[in-house]
Design a protein around this ligand. Structure first.
Ligand code: ZN
Length: 66
């Protein structure tokens, strides 16, 4: 793509033209990104609880058999 003002060739990630300093119209996409679920602390708490519950069940079944 090229600058609308001066016509200099621009990278798609550039927000401002290095030649004339005018904004290229590239919008900030980082702010619109959704939060990854593994970054949420509660996701790991749920995984931990699930592991404990499943492990407990397994040990109880073993005890009943033996
Ligand atoms: Zn320019």
């Amino acid at each position: 793509m090229n600058c609308k003002k001066c016509g200099a060739s621009l990278e798609s990630s550039w927000k401002i033209c290095p030649n004339c300093g005018s904004p290229t119209g590239v919008q900030k996409s980082a702010q619109h990104k959704k939060k990854a679920i593994y970054k949420n602390g509660w996701f790991w708490v749920a995984i931990l609880l699930l592991t404990i519950v499943l492990g407990h069940r397994h040990s109880v079944q073993k005890r009943n058999k033996g």
